[in-house]
Design a protein around this ligand. Structure first.
Ligand code: URP
Ligand code: ZN
Ligand code: ZN
Length: 458
């Protein structure tokens, strides 16, 4: 069938120019002026609109078994919500249980992900160290297209690793020329503070945040960076939320080390007053690390601008208030950690990043798409507007406005942590693998059309 997008302002991480784009058989096949549409081509008039490479969300958790329940979006509904917002590729995390066979977990993740409507890749979480772990890691890179390994310094007693395990993972990843990603929070310190607060009779959601203040994250980020330095491995710090972590990453980068940083819209746009909401509504914002006090948001914006942080992800991991979050009604330690966000990432970043002058359009494309493609070994197949790249494109109407709400979002969850946020700038059309899947509010996706993307070392 093919798609021709005419007269759009093409924006990449580097350039901006007016041209037409032709997509055939899932690829961009021509970029230039006055492209003639062939019979059967669908034509999109993008005059006055931008054309971006499809968004890449490098940190999501679809149907993740976690804290006694399962995240509410499956691979179909979660990727569909992404498409509605202009995200056309996700990287999910295979997370084996402690002592579980990594390759068995990978097989299960592949089965779950088959119903995706957009392309997907995996990071592999290494949640324990055993005799076979090094060989499994080698297989991930050499045979499975997974060159990035996730480690959790938090979640002690579940998927969190001890420092000796982290060192083994880093050493092995370095030998294999892989990348280590890290959830940086001091697991033991969190448990100590959780138990102390709960023991004093504090049960409500705000004590989740009180039990993991910013030094918990800053210490772990510094430790991870120093261990990565000692073991000679590149590091990517997920969901950075605070000044202390920014400083640790900045110090490492100034020493010349390869340390990347990611943040998420919730850490840029919300503050910890959300935990004071009445009637257990604060539980909707229970995630780890937690939403931070005022004072940490501007440094995060500045760090994105300065190039100390590089990617904007969502950590999309939704749980319903009713039936999931309420598992922790009487004990904040039992509230499943996570929230939805994949649908709104681009609109929030455009509105509050580009719109408020924090980021240029090129920087917007870089942090929402291109940089993730480069760091995680998918460029220029993804994250680029080039002949030969996958035909994943977003036509972006900078004048379109909307208000975010759980009553209208595509996430399969009963709350939206950005409820009431106004956005200016929305996708008008989203092309996924050469087919228009979203058109002026109309989402028409195909279950199972998404493909597994094997990644290479970056
Ligand atoms: O609270 C969060 N972030 N839930 C998802 C798992 C993780 O730590 O990324
Ligand atoms: Zn995490
Ligand atoms: Zn996560």
């Amino acid at each position: 069938m093919g798609v021709v997008i005419k007269n759009g302002t093409l924006v990449t991480a580097l350039d901006q120019w007016v041209n037409d784009v032709r997509c055939e058989d899932g690829k961009i096949v021509e970029i230039g002026p006055n492209i003639e549409a062939s019979s059967g081509n669908e034509v999109v008039d993008a005059s006055g609109q931008y054309v971006f490479p499809g968004g890449i969300d490098p940190h999501v958790h679809m149907e993740l078994p976690f804290m006694g329940t399962v995240s509410a979006d499956d691979f179909e509904t979660g990727t569909a919500a992404g498409v509605a917002g202009g995200t056309t590729t996700i990287i999910d995390f295979v997370i084996p249980q402690r002592d579980e066979d990594m390759m068995k977990a990978l097989k299960w993740w592949h089965e779950k992900a088959e119903k995706s409507v957009a392309d997907y890749a995996f990071h592999m979480a290494v949640t324990w160290w055993g005799d076979k772990t090094a060989e499994w890691m080698r297989k991930c890179i050499d045979e499975e297209g997974i060159p990035s390994f996730k480690t959790f310094m938090a979640y002690r007693g579940a998927i969190g690793v001890f420092d000796d395990e982290l060192i083994n993972i880093m050493k092995t990843a370095a030998q294999l020329q892989g990348l280590v990603t890290v959830h940086a929070e001091h697991g033991d310190q969190v448990v100590e503070m959780q138990n102390k607060l709960f023991g004093e009779g504090h049960t409500s959601p705000k004590y989740h945040a009180r039990s993991r203040p910013t030094p918990v994250e800053g210490e772990a980020t510094e430790r991870a960076a120093q261990l990565a330095r000692l073991n000679g491995v590149p590091l990517y710090v997920v969901h950075v939320t605070c000044q202390e972590s920014i400083e640790a990453i900045s110090r490492a980068r100034l020493r010349g080390e390869t340390v990347w940083g990611e943040t998420c819209p919730q850490y840029l746009l919300l503050d910890d007053s959300v935990y004071d909401k009445p009637d257990f509504e604060g539980a909707a914002y229970v995630m780890s690390p937690p939403i931070r006090p005022l004072g940490h948001q501007e440094p995060l914006w500045a760090a994105l601008k300065a190039g100390t942080l590089h990617c904007l992800a969502t950590d999309h991991c939704p749980f319903n208030q009713v039936g999931q979050k309420d598992m922790g009604k009487d004990d904040f330690r039992k509230i499943p950690n996570g929230a939805a966000g994949i649908e709104h990432r681009l609109a929030l970043m455009y509105t509050y990043g580009v719109g408020k002058g924090w980021l240029t359009l090129n920087e917007f494309v870089d942090v929402t798409s291109t940089r993730a493609a480069k760091i995680f070994g998918m460029y220029p197949r993804k994250g680029a507007l080039m002949v030969g790249s996958d035909a994943d494109l977003v036509v972006w109407d900078p004048e379109a406005t909307g208000t975010i709400s759980a009553s209208t979002h595509h996430h399969k969850v009963d709350r939206n942590i950005f409820e009431g946020f106004k956005v200016k700038g929305l996708a008008s059309h989203v092309v996924v693998d050469g087919r228009i899947q979203y058109r002026n509010g109309d989402l028409k996706v195909e279950r199972g059309a998404g493909r597994y993307i094997e990644r290479s070392r970056s």
